[in-house]
Design a binder for this molecule. Structure first.
Ligand code: A4P
Ligand code: MG
Length: 190
């Protein structure tokens, strides 16, 4: 052995694999070929590393909600929800969602402005975080029929951590606002 060579410390134990979790992704598009954007986004989700079992709802058409309320004159959204099983950490998953948005030509202009594709992390198992860069569950999900209805359609037993059963949230929002279509328009009023 050469002089001065210091033996390397043993390598650290490999990190234990993360348990798979079900993550709920909200998809929205109100610019360009909306249906194609959503389909392409889901195909990308299927190809992400450490992601499997991607299940997407049927898309629904909804009135655009702006920061000052619903705007029936703005281009309407197609919204859908995808359930994925993943071993990606929540922050890593959100970073990948942002990368997919960019691939699909998303330009960040004003908040809640028109967009080719918005991917929100709605929930990630029972994980809770109030970091502004990673707020989970999504802070506005409990008030949004355009998230809750497609979610319920792919998981009738869905639960939004901290807010309760999704079927119950949908029932309350539709009772409060009238028909589901009107509820879409009014969901950010309160
Ligand atoms: N961020 C923190 N937590 C999360 C999370 N759980 N999911 C941060 C996604 N992003 C999260 O996001 C702004 C910042 O939020 C990022 O830095 C991210 O790290 P953004 O996507 O750049 O901006 P945004 O989407 O314009 O803003 P925001 O506040 O996330 O808006 P929302 O809540 O996504 O609402 N109307 C209809 N009908 N359908 C829609 O889908 N979507 C919006 C956007 C408004 N109106 C809509 C719809
Ligand atoms: Mg967003």
């Amino acid at each position: 052995m050469g002089r001065g060579r210091i033996p390397l410390p043993p390598p650290p134990d490999p990190r234990p694999a993360r348990e798979p979790q079900v993550a709920v992704i909200g998809l929205g598009s109100n610019e360009g070929d909306r249906g194609e954007r959503l389909r392409a986004a889901v195909e990308r989700l299927r190809r992400l590393p450490l992601v499997d079992d991607v299940r997407m709802s049927e898309p629904i058409e909804t009135v655009a909600v702006r920061t000052d309320g619903p705007d029936p004159d703005a281009p309407r959204y197609l919204n859908a929800v995808a359930l994925i099983t993943t071993r990606l950490a929540p922050a890593v998953l959100l970073g990948m969602l942002h990368a997919v948005e960019e691939e699909q030509g998303r330009v960040r202009r004003e908040r809640w402005g028109d967009r080719t594709l918005d991917l929100d992390l709605i929930a990630y198992g029972d994980f809770v975080s109030d970091d502004p860069q990673l707020t989970v569950p999504h802070p506005r999900a409990a008030e949004r029929l355009f998230v809750l209805q497609p979610w319920l359609s792919v998981d009738p037993d869905a639960v939004l951590p901290g807010a309760g059963r999704v079927d119950e949230l949908v029932r309350r929002l539709t009772n409060r606002e009238g028909s589901p279509a009107e509820a879409d328009a009014g969901e950010e009023r309160s």
